[in-house]
Ligand binder design. Structure first.
Ligand code: UD1
Length: 356
């Protein structure tokens, strides 16, 4: 098989390992295209290094911009690459602007699109990612769903053919990374001058809905500052730039860091008591490592983590957030159901593609 895999952002870099390795192991040809949506070393290169990913064969150098600019530029730069590659499958991941742009470009060239992490829905069309998910699923020919819920979501929209429940690639990625990452925590805490053994929370905030409105961002930062345990906060560039442009600052209970590589993030996650986030991927990684989570959004595409009692949605409003923190810090649920399938997801996906 000839495959083109298109990636562009942190969550995509984190996820490609299992399928890329399985494709190459079985002798298939893969061209890896990086759109360049994320371009800082600590948003991009570090993931390729730490996760031993192959270098991208093509870098489209698209970078930041409005949604239309970013999406349009990926489409324009990718089209000649896809025309030259004559791929049997164009593989995309998740729900970013790079994802939807690549899926649309391929579909309009009548190339089969494979969507990894298909069928997720937050049912909130105000999230750009929700629009990206729906559009990508509906132009894809192979839909690799991570959960039963995702399969049901696709069926509700009339998508049944081409849907394969394979489990979640992060099961493989997180399990492997956790073993390598755990020993790092001692040095990481020492660097931050946090006491070893002192309970702490890990927080990440990067969504426009939380960062781009000054009143909302102030409420989010206050919520973190009032938490009863210290908060380690890797700062996404968008968060950092909004904090400085609004003239805000992090409170004394918050330990900001540069954006973290994957192994350092997993080390902090494994060492934390609870997680506060608006990320999709981190909600799931926290579940896989049994960390109670508060998601600072009013919807989530990972609803099964909420149903299982390990994740709860909360606004930054003080009373609601304090109640969510207390709930998360109290005894975790007795049950930790296997929501995301067994390891070996990359291999199962290649089995499906070969059978086609
Ligand atoms: C994107 C994805 C989001 C994903 C997130 C992970 C979309 C619509 N959203 O959001 O689903 O959870 O990636 O991080 O695609 N910036 C830098 N350096 C970089 C990259 C970005 O400084 O290497 C800054 C720029 O100011 C940029 C802003 O961050 O405008 C936002 O980046 P962008 O790629 O547009 O979206 P994310 O918020 O990262």
């Amino acid at each position: 098989m000839r495959c083109v895999t298109v990636v562009g952002t942190r969550p995509e870099f984190v996820q490609i390992g299992p399928l890329t390795a399985a494709l190459r192991r079985r002798g298939h040809h893969e061209t890896l295209v990086n759109t360049g949506q994320h371009y800082d070393d600590n948003m991009a290169r570090v993931f390729f290094d730490e996760l031993n990913l192959p270098r991208a064969d093509r870098d489209l150098g698209v970078g930041s911009g409005s949604h239309a600019t970013q999406t349009g530029q990926v489409m324009m730069a990718l089209e000649p690459v896809l025309l030259a590659e004559k791929a049997d499958h164009v593989i995309v991941y998740g729900d970013t602007n790079s994802t939807v742009a690549a899926a649309l470009t391929a579909a309009k060239l009548h190339l089969p699109v494979v969507h990894v992490e298909a069928g997720l829905r937050s049912f909130d069309r105000a999230m750009p990612e929700e629009v990206n998910r729906v559009l990508t699923d509906h132009v894809s020919t192979v839909l690799f769903a991570p959960t039963h819920e995702a399969v049901r979501n696709l069926a509700a929209e009339g998508r049944v053919e081409g849907v394969h429940l394979v489990g979640d690639v992060r099961v493989d990625v997180v399990t492997r990374a956790a073993e390598r990452a755990r020993p790092r925590i001692t040095a990481l805490l020492a660097d931050l001058e946090l006491d070893q053994g002192e309970p702490f929370a890990l927080a990440t905030i990067h969504r426009a809905a939380n960062t781009d409105d000054e009143v909302r961002l102030r409420a989010v930062l206050n919520a973190l500052d009032r938490m009863p345990i210290p908060v380690v906060l890797p700062v996404h560039p968008r968060l950092g730039s909004r904090v400085s442009s609004f003239g805000l600052s992090f409170g004394s209970n918050v330990w900001p860091t540069q954006p973290l590589g994957f192994l350092d993030l997993i080390a902090f996650l494994a060492g934390s008591r609870i997680v506060v986030t608006d990320s999709g991927g981190l909600q799931k990684e926290a579940y896989l490592l049994s960390r109670p989570t508060i998601t600072m959004r009013d919807s989530t595409e990972w609803t099964e983590t909420v149903d299982a009692g390990w994740n709860r949605l909360s606004e930054p409003e003080p009373a609601a957030f304090a109640a969510a923190v207390e709930d998360a810090l109290s005894r975790p649920p007795d049950e930790h159901p296997d929501l995301y399938g067994a390891p070996g997801v990359g291999r199962r996906m290649v089995d499906v593609l070969e059978a086609l």
